[in-house]
Structure formats: structure tokens, C-alpha cells
Design a protein around this ligand. Structure first.
Ligand SMILES: Cc1cc2nc3c(=O)[nH]c(=O)nc-3n(C[C@H](O)[C@H](O)[C@H](O)COP(=O)(O)OP(=O)(O)OC[C@H]3O[C@@H](n4cnc5c(N)ncnc54)[C@H](O)[C@@H]3O)c2cc1C
Length: 375
């Protein structure tokens, strides 16, 4: 298809990195866009480490998600350059790659399994022994067992990306909570806004098929900071260390399933202790780091860890599209998500890698009453 329909009235509900990126893309496509969020960029986007690392997250059975991540990663350099130019803000995009690091032999076996999958999917991964690993990153402990370099991974500062998007969107962002109605949205003060298209991008709350998966991160500043992203297994415990400007590091992340509606996410002593213990075993110099911030937020998890991108059945005149369920990869996937949503709105060709991620994939099979889902 190659039709475009500029000038539609579009409302985006939710101003995390996903909603902001979609709103901006639709503005650039010529639509009349408004975005509603009482506290933009305060959800998962606020906690995100900003790894643009499809390989670092890859696992068996998630090959389509890996392809989507690779597609979005390729979009990031141009996306960041254009956003920086338009907003006048730096987003701190870096291209130093990821080091996968294993603390012991069992951890190393996991790293090797991940490398097999990556190789099969065409993602470059170079296995490294302890000496080679420490030559790449001298701040690592001398006791690590080995690892791998994923040279094509990047990382970015998600708070800066959100700030830049808020600047370019300007007064199109309205600080108010909204709920979808058949012909648009209603705000908490009762005012109604009619729209042709409603994009639901509310993160871990209020999104069909999406559940909250809590994550905690610690921010520190170190004079002896690693220069690239470290993703490690330390005696079975997963931890990552992500460098930012000025010696700042993000150490993350815990992962905990919990029920919706359990209040504001708060960091826990146990979660933070596990992260710091693993990070210090990996990079002993972190003992001298300055503690800056501890944050907990909910990731929007979906049943297959992939995002929901596209239309859902809507009861009224407004078309409703989902942009959610990005789980651990919403920062990575923001550019391809925005392009995909724009394609759905305008009737253009959806990026090939995004085709498997329409929301209707969860509607195709319904279990009969007596059917055992485990057989
Ligand atoms: C600890 C942690 C580390 C992470 N690290 C990475 C990483 O390194 N790389 C990566 O790619 N991803 C990472 N992620 C995942 C990433 O943060 C998420 O996938 C992404 O932020 C999801 O973006 P979102 O816009 O959908 O949701 P959110 O950022 O949660 O935004 C949702 C927004 O919707 C608003 N909202 C909700 N309800 C309403 C309503 N009714 N009306 C109006 N507004 C509403 C909220 O106020 C919020 O601002 C991480 C997540 C966590 C928690």
C-alpha cells in the first residue's frame, strides 16, 4: 500500500519514550497530534539504562524479536542525529559495543549458548578469553572467566531522548490523564476530545495483554568507570553496568513479576544489595563509586516479550492502535515502533521485522473449556 492520509486528528495516551516517539513521527507525517500524560517520561523510561542491545537480550525462541531489535538498532544513528538537530539537545548515543562477561565456568557456558544463537541469527559476537576481555576493559576483575564482544551494540541516555522529544513536541504535550472513548478520549476533568486515531502507549498500566515486570537500577558516579556496556552473569546473578557521560554508571536490573495496582514502585534493600554485590565482583573499583540514585519502575511485559504494534478492534468512530508491551526493549525499539505506528495510521507498508508483532497474535487461539493448555 502507498496511500497517506495527512491531517488526521491523532491523540496519543502516554508520554514515555514510546508514546513520545510515536507522537513525533505522526507530527512529522503531517497529522494534528496531541499527547496526554500527567507526568511524561516518569515511567519505565525514567529507569531505563538505555542499552540498544538486541544481541545482549537475545534468547532461543525470540528470533523475531531479535530481528526487530536489529532493525531498530540500525535506525538509531540517523534517528538520534535528526532528533539532536531538531531539539538542540545531545542524547549521548554511543557505539562502543557490549562485553558479555562470565564470572565462572557455568556463567561462561551461558555466554557461549547466547553466542551460538547470535551467530545463527547473523549478529556478530566474538568470544574472548579472560586476557582479551580485560584488554578490552581493564576495570574488570582479574577473576572473570571469559566472555564475548558484541561490537555492533550501542547505548543512549533515555532521559535525554525523552527531554529532546518533549522539546520538539512542545505544546502538543498536555499534562493530563486520559481514557479512550469510542470517539476519542476523555480527560480526568471530564473534557472530551474527538479524534480520528487514538494511540494507546500507557506502558505497564491499562494496556491489553500487558503486565508489570518490576525492575530496579542504581546510579553511581565513578572516577574509574568502564568505557563500554558490561552485561554479566556473576555466579548465576545477572547484572549490567552502563556508562554515561561524566563518569556516571547505571547498574541494573532486578526483574520481578508482580500484580498490577500495587502502588508506586519502590526499590528494595534485597534487590539493591544483589545488584551492588554482583557489580562490585565484576568491577572492584566500584567500591569507591559515589551513590547517586536508586530507582524502581515497571516494565510493560507481554506474553511473548514482544511489543504490540498496531490496530485493535474499536467500538466507535476512532481507530485505536496499541504501542506497548516493549518489556526490556522500549528504548531500543522506539524508532521502529514509531515508524510502524505511522505506517499503520497512513496505510503504508509496515517494516518487515514488525509484521509479527500485531496485537491480534494473542487472539488467534482460544482454549476450549476442557482443553489442557500444557499438552
Ligand atoms: C530498570 C529498567 C531498565 C531498563 N533498561 C532498558 C534498556 O537498557 N534498554 C531498553 O531498550 N529498554 C530498557 N527498559 C525497558 C524500557 O524502559 C521500556 O520498555 C520503555 O520505557 C517502555 O516505554 P513506554 O513509553 O511504553 O512506557 P513508560 O515509559 O512506562 O511510559 C508510560 C507513560 O504512560 C503514562 N500513562 C499511563 N497511564 C496514562 C493515562 N491514563 N493517561 C495518560 N498517561 C498515562 C505514564 O505516566 C507514563 O509516562 C528498562 C526498563 C526498566 C524498568
Amino acid at each position: 500500500m502507498s496511500t497517506t492520509t495527512p491531517g488526521l486528528r491523532v491523540v496519543v495516551i502516554g508520554g514515555g519514550i514510546v508514546g513520545l516517539a510515536c507522537a513525533d513521527e505522526l507530527v512529522r507525517a503531517g497529522h494534528d497530534v496531541r499527547l496526554f500524560d500527567p507526568a511524561p517520561a516518569s515511567g519505565a523510561t525514567y529507569a531505563a539504562a538505555g542499552m540498544l542491545a538486541p544481541g545482549g537480550e537475545a534468547w532461543f525462541g525470540e528470533e523475531a524479536l531479535l530481528c526487530l531489535g536489529v532493525d531498530s538498532l540500525e535506525r538509531w544513528p540517523a534517528y538520534a542525529a535528526v532528533l539532536e538537530e531538531r531539539s538542540g539537545r545531545r542524547v549521548d548515543l554511543r557505539a562502543a559495543g557490549t562485553l558479555l562477561v562470565a564470572a565462572d565456568r557455568d556463567d561462561l557456558a551461558e555466554v557461549r549458548r547466547a553466542c551460538v544463537l547470535l551467530e545463527a541469527s547473523g549478529v556478530r559476537a566474538e568470544e574472548l578469553d579472560r586476557q582479551a576481555l580485560r584488554a578490552h576493559e581493564p576495570t574488570l576483575s582479574g577473576r572473570v572467566a571469559g566472555g564475548a564482544l558484541l561490537p555492533d551494540d550501542r547505548h543512549v541516555n533515555p532521559r535525554r531522548v525523552a527531554d529532546a522529544l518533549l522539546i520538539v513536541l512542545g505544546e502538543r504535550v498536555v499534562r493530563a490523564r486520559a481514557t479512550a472513548t469510542p470517539d476519542g478520549v476523555v480527560l480526568d476533568d471530564g473534557s472530551r476530545i474527538t479524534a480520528d486515531v487514538v494511540v494507546l502507549a500507557t506502558g505497564a498500566v491499562g494496556m491489553p495483554h500487558v503486565r508489570p515486570v518490576r525492575g530496579e537500577v542504581v546510579r553511581v558516579r565513578s572516577h574509574d568507570a568502564p568505557s563500554r556496556v558490561l552485561r554479566a552473569r556473576v555466579h548465576g546473578e545477572r547484572v549490567y553496568v552502563v556508562p554515561r557521560a561524566d563518569g556516571e554508571l547505571v547498574i541494573g536490573a532486578t526483574e520481578e513479576e508482580h500484580s498490577a495496582g500495587q502502588g508506586t514502585p519502590l526499590p528494595t534493600v534485597g534487590g539493591v544489595a544483589r545488584l551492588l554485590e554482583a557489580a562490585r565482583a565484576l568491577v572492584p573499583g566500584l567500591d569507591r563509586a559515589e551513590l547517586l540514585e536508586v530507582v524502581a519502575r515497571d516494565r510493560p511485559g507481554s506474553p511473548d516479550n514482544g511489543p504490540l504494534l498496531g490496530p485493535v478492534a474499536s467500538p466507535g468512530s476512532a481507530r485505536v492502535l496499541l504501542a506497548g508491551g516493549h518489556h526490556r526493549g522500549g528504548v531500543l525499539l522506539a524508532p521502529v515502533t514509531a515508524a510502524t505506528l505511522r505506517a499503520h495510521v497512513d496505510g503504508l507498508d509496515v517494516p518487515d521485522a514488525a509484521r509479527p508483532f500485531t496485537p491480534d497474535r494473542f487472539e488467534t487461539h482460544r482454549f476450549e473449556r476442557n482443553e489442557d493448555p500444557c499438552t
